[in-house]
Design a protein around this ligand. Structure first.
Ligand code: FAD
Ligand code: UDP
Length: 371
C-alpha cells in the first residue's frame, strides 16, 4: 500500500494529524491543501510586531484527559503549565466562572453565601458539575433563587449573544460545557493535561506536517484540484462537499475586533466574559498565554454573528435535533463513497475541542490503516 497517494483537505489539527499518521506509519504520500494562506485552521497563531502571540481566531487553550492525544502532541511541542481561568463581570463584579463557591462569596453577602454553600453541599456531591438546565430543577427556595440568578446573570444574555437563541433552545451539551461547579476550584478546565504550546499552535501543526512524505499547498481549494488521488480525507464542511444538495448546515460565525494599547495590560486576565453587558461576549488579551513581554498589549473583542456563505467564516456548528438530522442525511451520502473520509469540526459537524479533533483523526487512522 506504499504507492497510495492521499489528499487531505484542510491543514488544521484534524488534517495534520491524519496526514502525519499516513505518512509516518504507512509510508504513503500525502498532499495537504488548505484554502487559507496559513496552516493550523482555527488554531492559527502568529507573533505580531510587538512580539505578542496572537490567536487569530480567538483564544485557544489546550486541555485533555486523553493520554494518547497528549503523547501525540508532546512529540511536536513542549507546553507551559498555564491553567485557564475565566473572569466574568457580573453586575460590575469580577468573579470566576464556571459558577463555583468562590463566585458565591464574590457576588452575595457573606451570610447569604454561607447559607447557600451549606445547602449546596447537602444537595450535591462535592466536585460535582451540574449543567445549568439541571440546576434549575430545585425545590429549596434559596437554591431556586440561586439557579435563577446564575441562569439570568451567567447564561441567558451570553448565550443569546453567542447563539442568537435562549439557553433552553441550544443543545444542553453546549451550556453544560460551563456547568455550575460544586467546588472551590476556579479553573475553567479540570483536565489532567493543560497548557499552551511553547512556540504557539501554528508551530505545532508545522512540526506535525514536517515529514518527507507530506507536501503542503496553501491557498488551494478542494474544488480547484484536478489531479486524481487514491483517497481523500476531507476536513472541510460536509454540506459543501455535496454541493448543499439537502440544504445548508447552519453555523455561527465570530468577528474579532482587535485593538492595540500603549500599556502593559488591559484587563486582569486572558479572557474576561461579559455575560450581562455589551454586544460582545468576551475580551481576549493574548499576551497572558505565553507571558509575552511588551510595553504594549493587544486585545480582541469577540462578537458572535450568524454565518453567511461568502460573508464570513464557519466557526461553530450548531448542535440541535434539526441540524443533527440534516447532518445524518449527508453522512448517509458520505458512506456511499469509496475512499472519501470525513473528519474534523466541519467534516463531522461536531463541536470538537482540539483534543477531540486530534483523537478523532487518530481513531479514523486506526480504522482505515488496514484497508
Ligand atoms: P479547522 O481548524 O476548522 O480546519 C479546517 C481547515 O480546512 C481550515 O483551515 C479550512 O481553511 C480548510 N478548508 C475547509 N474547506 C476547505 C476546502 N474546500 N478546500 C481547502 N481547504 C478547506 N479548542 C480547544 O481545545 N481549546 C480552546 O480553547 C478552543 N477555543 C476555540 C475558540 C474558538 C473561537 C473556536 C472557533 C474554536 C475553539 N476551539 C478550541 C476548537 C478548535 O478550534 C478546533 O477543535 C480545531 O481547530 C479543529 O480542527 P479541525 O482541523 O477539525 O478544523
Ligand atoms: N456560556 C454562557 N456564559 C458564559 C460562558 C459560557 O452562557 O459566561 C455558555 C454559552 O452558551 C457558551 C457555552 O456556555 O456558548 C459554552 O461556553 P465555552 O466557553 O465552552 O464556549 P467556547 O469557548 O467554545 O466558545
Amino acid at each position: 500500500m506504499e504507492n497510495v497517494v492521499n489528499l487531505i483537505v484542510g491543514a488544521g489539527f484534524s488534517g495534520a494529524t491524519i496526514a502525519r499518521k499516513l505518512a509516518e506509519e504507512l509510508n504513503q504520500k500525502v498532499v495537504v491543501i488548505d484554502a487559507k494562506d496559513h496552516i493550523a485552521g482555527n488554531a492559527y497563531d502568529y507573533r505580531d510586531r510587538n512580539g505578542i502571540m496572537i490567536h487569530k481566531y480567538g483564544s485557544h487553550i489546550f486541555h485533555t484527559n486523553l493520554e494518547n492525544v497528549w503523547q501525540f502532541m508532546s512529540r511536536f511541542t513542549g507546553f507551559n503549565t498555564y491553567m485557564h481561568k475565566v473572569i466574568a463581570v457580573i453586575d460590575g463584579i469580577e468573579t470566576t466562572i464556571p459558577f463555583n463557591f468562590r463566585t458565591l462569596y464574590d457576588v452575595f453577602p457573606e451570610t447569604m453565601a454561607k447559607r447557600m454553600e451549606e445547602k449546596l453541599l447537602k444537595n450535591f456531591e462535592y466536585n460535582k458539575k451540574v449543567p445549568i438546565l439541571e440546576f434549575q430543577k430545585q425545590d429549596d427556595e434559596d437554591l431556586k433563587f440561586l439557579a435563577n440568578y446564575v441562569y439570568e446573570k451567567v447564561f441567558l444574555h451570553y448565550t443569546t449573544k453567542q447563539w442568537g437563541v435562549k439557553p433552553d433552545e441550544v443543545d444542553g451539551a453546549v451550556t453544560a460545557r460551563v456547568p455550575v461547579y460544586i467546588s472551590c476550584d476556579e479553573r475553567y478546565f479540570q483536565d489532567k493535561y493543560q497548557g499552551i504550546p511553547l512556540n504557539g499552535y501554528a508551530e505545532v501543526v508545522k512540526n506535525i506536517l514536517d515529514h518527507p512524505n507530506i507536501e503542503v499547498r496553501l491557498e488551494t481549494k478542494y474544488q480547484d484540484v484536478t489531479e486524481e488521488f487514491d483517497r481523500v480525507f476531507y476536513t472541510g464542511p460536509i454540506d459543501e462537499f455535496f454541493d448543499y444538495k439537502f440544504g445548508e448546515l447552519p453555523y455561527r460565525s465570530v468577528n474579532f475586533k482587535m485593538e492595540e494599547y500603549d500599556k502593559e495590560y488591559y484587563q486582569s486576565n486572558a479572557v474576561v466574559n461579559y455575560p450581562c453587558n455589551y454586544d460582545f461576549t468576551r475580551i481576549h488579551e493574548y499576551k497572558y498565554y505565553l507571558d509575552d513581554i511588551s510595553s504594549k498589549t493587544v486585545i480582541a473583542k469577540e462578537y458572535s454573528e450568524s454565518f453567511e456563505r461568502g460573508r464570513n467564516d464557519r466557526y461553530y456548528p450548531i448542535p440541535n435535533d434539526n441540524n443533527a438530522k440534516l447532518y445524518a442525511r449527508y453522512l448517509e451520502e458520505a458512506k456511499k463513497l469509496d475512499n472519501v473520509y470525513f473528519l474534523g469540526r466541519l467534516g463531522d459537524y461536531k463541536y470538537y475541542d482540539m483534543d477531540k479533533a486530534i483523537n478523532r483523526a487518530l481513531e479514523l487512522f486506526e480504522e482505515i490503516k488496514g484497508e
